[in-house]
Ligand binder design. Structure first.
Ligand code: CP
Length: 308
């Protein structure tokens, strides 16, 4: 059993193993590999894509599924995350998929269960399966995992609050992609100094830098503690991906949900350059692979494993 708490430290070969196992799932090469396994989906923060695709992945691959949310579980009566995890362990869960508003929640949970803990997003911390499905989607569009090598991806927008950025940046760099960030200074975390990536100041600068892919981040209004500087209108002007930024080759990604007209124009979401629908459908295959590799239903052959 292996946890997936973060993509930090995953090797190129580990990333490739997840992507290629996901392609095997997409091609229908496995027959109910999770039969006999119990997967608990513990979503204590809102989700559509991640929750739905994990549930579909678990059920389609034969697992028994327990679904918990904050309102319907004893968390609402004050039970702690640790006691919740201990309870799921006693029920024999093989995997606990956890979304939580606090960074570090998945790492904490993993200390209290022998089940594989899969981080489905922890506050501003990490969202590892998002980065993995993004690798799957972009490598599919580029013609294969090795074709990602040397391409240029600009991560644009609210980096400060983004667990997606904290996962996408190390995962894509480990895959050999050149990464830059583009954000107003007020939405860049102090830790970005240590990332050693170019910092750009507008989508136009991303084009000058030579971005092959623009990865737009959601402006996370629910995590803002003060006024947005710049204003939403200025933000959209300098950091919003517009149709004029497309050239027939450049690709656009966004993890969803989308603030149309803010970080990405509505017509860009629908454009042929947009990988947004591919990212969503990649989630099913990648999360099938992650569940199978984490529970040992499909053995990992990479030293150090697909998950850390
Ligand atoms: N990208 C993402 O995590 O979406 P959800 O919040 O809908 O799961």
């Amino acid at each position: 059993v292996r946890d997936l708490i973060t993509v930090e430290g995953m090797s190129r070969e580990s990333l490739r193993e997840v992507v290629e196992t996901a392609r095997d799932f997409a091609a229908g090469r496995f027959d109910a590999p999770l039969a006999g396994k119990t997967v608990c989906l513990a979503f204590f923060e809102a989700s559509t894509r991640t929750a739905a695709s994990f549930e579909l992945a678990a059920r389609r691959n034969g697992a028994a599924v327990i679904s918990l949310s904050e309102n319907g579980s004893s968390i609402s009566k004050g039970e702690s995350l640790v006691d919740t995890v201990v309870t799921l362990d006693a029920l024999g869960a093989d995997a606990v998929v956890l979304r939580h508003s606090s960074a570090g929640a998945a790492r904490l949970a993993a200390r209290y269960t022998s089940a594989a803990v899969i981080n489905a997003g922890d506050g501003c911390g990490q969202h590892p399966t998002q980065a993995l499905l993004d690798l799957y989607a972009l490598s599919g569009a580029c013609g294969g995992f090795d074709e990602l090598y040397g391409t240029k991806l600009a991560v644009v927008g609210d980096v400060l609050h983004s667990r997606v950025a904290r996962s996408v940046i190390p995962a894509f760099r480990a895959a050999g992609v050149e990464v830059a960030v583009c954000a107003p200074a007020t939405l860049l975390p102090a830790e970005s100094d240590a990332w050693d990536v170019p910092v750009l100041e507008s989508v136009d600068e991303c084009l000058e830098w030579g971005a092959d892919t623009l990865y737009a981040l959601r402006l996370q209004n629910e995590r803002m503690t003060g006024a947005l500087v710049p204003s939403v209108a200025e933000y959209a002007r300098y950091y919003g991906v517009q149709k004029r930024h497309l050239d027939g080759e450049r690709l656009v990604m966004h993890p969803g949900p989308v603030n149309r007209g803010v970080e990405i124009a509505g017509d860009v979401v629908l454009d042929a350059a947009s990988l947004v629908p591919d990212q969503v459908s990649a989630g099913l295959h990648v999360r099938s692979a992650v569940l199978a590799l984490a529970t040992g239903a499909v053995p990992s052959v990479v030293a150090g494993g697909a998950v850390a």
